[in-house]
Design a protein around this ligand. Sequence first.
Ligand SMILES: Nc1ncnc2c1ncn2[C@@H]1O[C@H](COP(=O)(O)OP(=O)(O)OP(=O)(O)O)[C@@H](O)[C@H]1O
Ligand SMILES: [Mg+2]
Length: 142
Amino acid sequence: MRIALENLAATEALAARLAAAARPGDALLFDGPLGAGKSALARAFLRALADDPALEVPSPTFTLVQTYPTPRCEAFHFDLYRLTGPGGLHELGWEEARAGIVLVEWPDRLGPLAPDGALRVALHHAGEEARVAELSGWEGRL
Ligand SMILES: Nc1ncnc2c1ncn2[C@@H]1O[C@H](COP(=O)(O)OP(=O)(O)OP(=O)(O)O)[C@@H](O)[C@H]1O
Ligand SMILES: [Mg+2]
């Protein structure tokens, strides 16, 4: 499924739709180059899931993971760009996080640990504020 996102508000609206469909055990994998909007998509998703438009959602660039309590379940926002070594994911609590909802930037770093049944969102630049999202997975759910 290909979705044109003409500005940040459109990306936030997509995030809210994804949050409405998400349930515990889900994995959402966000692909795309630097600045494509992976963190913006995650931020809007977490705010919608937490039902808190003012929720602070820093990019987990250096911590690699941030945890959020939400009414539905815990949610975990990973940015694996700086992940090093095969044990890294385990140290970040990946296995425990899978009981909740995981959002992953730079999911290619998951290698064989990429969950079956994940929703993949690939973001591409299509102008200053325009992006295109290619969604795959979650057949019949969206
Ligand atoms: N339609 C849009 N969707 C998402 N972000 C947009 C859009 N238009 C403009 N932006 C801006 O683009 C930037 C996207 O940055 P963001 O940190 O979300 O990218 P990223 O993909 O997470 O990059 P990185 O790989 O560095 O983590 C933000 O400054 C955001 O405001
Ligand atoms: Mg980011």
